[in-house]
Write a protein that binds this ligand. Sequence first.
Ligand code: PLP
Length: 395
Amino acid sequence: MQQRHPQDYSALMQIADRPSTTFVRGRGSYLFDEQGNAWLDFVQGWAVNTLGHSHPAISAALCAQSQALINPGPGFYNAPALQLAQRLTALSGLDQVFFANSGAEANEGAIKLARKWGATRRNGAWKIITFHNGFHGRTLATMSATGKPAFEPLFNPKVPGFVKVPYGDLAAVEAVLDAQTAAILLEPIQGEAGVIPASSKFLQGLRALADRAGVLLMLDEVQTGMGRTGSLFCFQHHGIEPDVMTLGKGLGGGVPIAALLAKNAACCFEPGDQGGTFNGNPLVCAAALAVLDELTGATFLPQLQERAGQLRDGLTQLSQRLSLGEVRGEGLLLALELGQLDAGALVAEAFAAGLLLNAPRPHVLRFMPALNLSAAEIDAMLQTLGRLLAQAQQR
Ligand SMILES: Cc1ncc(COP(=O)(O)O)c(C=O)c1O
């Protein structure tokens, strides 16, 4: 057999443009390569590492659980899944949980739940209203639900039944809602679209409309949930409750687990409708319980809110000093509009300078650091970013 060079990446399918670096270690806000070079990480696995890289509480939970029981299979109950479901329902006000392995799979479950609910409780309704520029995942149904223009020509024909309207436009939702509508599905902040928050007025309007029309309001909190926006769930900022909510990313603190939660009235799956070999296995549920223990500690969210204020203030000052654009978002999911500057080029320059940043749009930077990062780490990021932005403006 031919030996491959360790840096020969050709055995991996090319699904992303990645820098030619292999990370071997992570700790808190830092990632390290084989040579020991360090990067300050404000991407954190795409907003998944709630507690930073390799948090000791997650490692300990995985270690202990792996020695006790890894996977009895989805046909049996296990203690961590039960405990996690009980805690998530108590914290969110929703009633029941189905565990999944990714955000896309949780949303796929939400779509199936809405279709079954429409079929059995709303005279065969099957359509779901979703939003322009929304993002819900990369399975065929969740790509179909997604409102990203770049997805439109891909993998056609898509799954039918998604009616897309402009985000924030209540009248547009009202105009398309009909007897065949089963649900409305949206992110409370559109993350991949460049961190576009929904207003409380819009979300409250959707809640009232869904109640009036008798359809489900489903929130995709895969990116915004689990403390990311400064409250445990983003809907808690807006004085509403969804009928269905999905979680992913931060739930396992880097370990792949996601969840579909629903109010009792929306829970209509019967045995055989939904499931999966790995779903709700005790190993990943133990990691999520460790994350929840930290997140629900008395000082965690207050400290996060302080760091969020520091980051927002620092970005605002930077924007004013360099005449850039808007700073927006909530908690530790923030974006900075760069005006004419090329965000992709800036991300590459930041990488070369030992800083990991993300550019969801051509002129927008997104910040999604560990929720427990330090004030000094924010200062260090702002300093590097300020220098790189000033250099970019001089070119
Ligand atoms: C709002 C939202 N929903 C769903 C997903 C898909 O999650 P996953 O990549 O875990 O499938 C993402 C991922 O970025 C997301 O931001």
